[in-house]
Design a protein around this ligand. Sequence first.
Ligand SMILES: NC(=O)CC(=O)C(=O)O
Length: 298
Amino acid sequence: MSNQLKKPVKVALVQLASGTDKAKNLLHTRDRVLEASAEGAKIIVLPECFNSPYGCSFFPSYAETLLPSPPTTEQSPSFHALSNLAVESKAYLIGGSIPELDTTTNKYYNTSLTFSPTGELLATHRKVHLFDIDIPEKITFKESEVLSSGNKVTIVDLPEYGKVAIAICYDIRFPELAMVAARHGCFALFYPGAFNTVTGPLHWKLLGQARAVDNQIYVAMCSPARDMCAGYHAWGHSLVVDPMAKVLTEAEESETIVYAVMDGEKIEETKKGIPISAQRRFDVYPDVSKEGVSIDKL
Ligand SMILES: NC(=O)CC(=O)C(=O)O
């Protein structure tokens, strides 16, 4: 299956500095998204936990209810803010993530919502791989103490451009998920994410380049800005990598917006020059994209 991008598209990654006041964060998000739109961005991406602090102790108090869909404004102010903002900005809006409470099961999720320029909800991705790590004396984090995991690869069709995949942060460490999305025709993988100052320096860019070079498509990773007064120190460095694994744009750690143009010709040129798609040896190893994969695609 080809990874078709129908026409070049300008992408903006909004590396937001958010605080503890959700209403304020939503207003600030609006300002920055409209700024990205004024610069011509047609796909605008927000960070993981874009309107709250990131951390297990914060998930329950910031959680919103998304089901049944559409939720009321009381159930999910973020849902409505993002939908309206997609309309105002006339762009596809990949709304980072928010903590979600599913009231039918009483489970919490880390959930990303994607809206069309008409404000329609196109996709909901619940973080599939929970961030449970323990690097002695450096960082211990256990999302699974509070969150439950999603169970689908999320592929979204953006009619003017083509298909993209949405996943969240730790999901990028799992090449299978990216491979499945790429082999189902995505031209880009979007990861709202919040790596930290321990794992970020070694792994953030490396993983973006790895997923890009493995799959010969674009990868975009959008982080919150770093706040040294917060309990969790986000790495920042939002970036876009092209299909040859070249970093097209990369932020520093403070609040900013970075832009890149994704172009289908670059995907084709890369695949023509290094034709790994036609050289795979499924007689030697299996094609993981065909083995009972759970995909949520429009
Ligand atoms: N925060 C995450 O989900 C992932 C992360 O920080 C890492 O993998 O490192």
